[in-house]
Ligand binder design. Structure first.
Ligand SMILES: [Mg+2]
Length: 275
């Protein structure tokens, strides 16, 4: 029987990174162990290319990463021997995009601005200082966070009732609205699950005769599609929400962690690898 190849897909904020400190310290020894086993850890996040690339390099992953809630998959050219179909070359990466550009969604949001005046504020309307204070990011990190290419994060300031109408309006006009731990993301119909599936198909070609088993870890509602797409779904305990309900997962393994963030992450991966 051929050797089983694991691929791990992980959200960042509240999952591999602590919700408050943005630190992955409690998962570092597990990440080192995964590296020694040649198990790729693919970051799958709502963050931008600029933000994710730095974290991917800090953690010395050397793996592909998925940005802006599945809007694009960025594959370092060293990962696969050939350029995957339907990708474009951008610097040191092959990039597969799943969404229209940010300017399209900003235009759509602009059409909502009269009816929902004062009820929300998007990143494009915020200064770097405002993004810093909302997120706890440094000015440099907040600048990277603001460099979005495919969608617009916004802070909701109105009632839940208005929010539901706002979301329905945007969805009726073709937008996809995702709730993250801190922000609502207005973007195209891409999601972390679709991007996972596409990248897994590239890995299957790369691994050829090996069976592939996917593990996804996430804490919030924008992780649902990723968790549903994986063979093993790990729901990380969150400070901001209950475990989101997953659908169509009757035949899959679902783990709900006891601990929050990176501690829960490490516990779950260590348990899976030891069974
Ligand atoms: Mg999260």
């Amino acid at each position: 029987m051929s050797e089983l190849k694991y691929i791990i897909f992980s959200d960042l904020d509240g999952t591999l990174l602590d919700h408050y400190s943005y630190s992955a310290d409690e998962a570092l020894s597990t990440l080192t162990h995964l590296k020694s086993l040649n198990i790729p850890v693919v970051l799958n996040t709502s963050k931008t290319f600029a933000e994710t690339e730095i974290i991917q390099k800090d953690l010395e992953l050397g793996t592909p990463f998925i940005i802006e809630n599945g809007a694009a998959v960025c594959i370092p050219k060293v990962v696969f021997t050939e350029q995957p179909d339907d990708t474009v070359e951008l610097g040191n990466y092959w990039v597969k995009s799943f969404s229209l550009p940010r300017k399209y969604w900003l235009k759509l949001l602009g059409q909502q601005s009269t009816s929902f005046k004062g009820m929300y504020k998007g990143f494009s309307q915020m200064s770097v200082e405002e993004i810093s204070s909302l997120t706890g990011l440094s000015a440099e990190q907040a600048t990277r966070a603001s460099e979005r290419e495919y969608g617009e994060p916004l802070q909701w300031l109105g009632s839940d009732e208005s929010k539901n109408i706002f979301i329905k309006n945007l969805e009726a006009q073709g937008a996809n609205v995702l709730q993250g731990g801190r922000f609502m993301h207005v973007c195209g119909h891409c999601d972390k699950g679709q991007a996972l599936n596409w990248l897994v198909s590239q890995y299957r070609q790369h691994y050829q005769q090996h069976d592939v088993l996917t593990i996804a870890l996430g804490d919030s509602f924008n992780d649902i599609k990723m968790l549903e797409a994986a063979d093993i779904a790990v729901q990380i305990r969150s400070h901001t929400n209950e475990f989101p309900v997953l659908a169509n997962v009757e035949h899959k393994t679902i783990i709900q962690t006891e601990h929050f963030g990176p501690k829960g992450w490490a516990d779950a991966i260590n348990d899976i690898l030891s069974t």
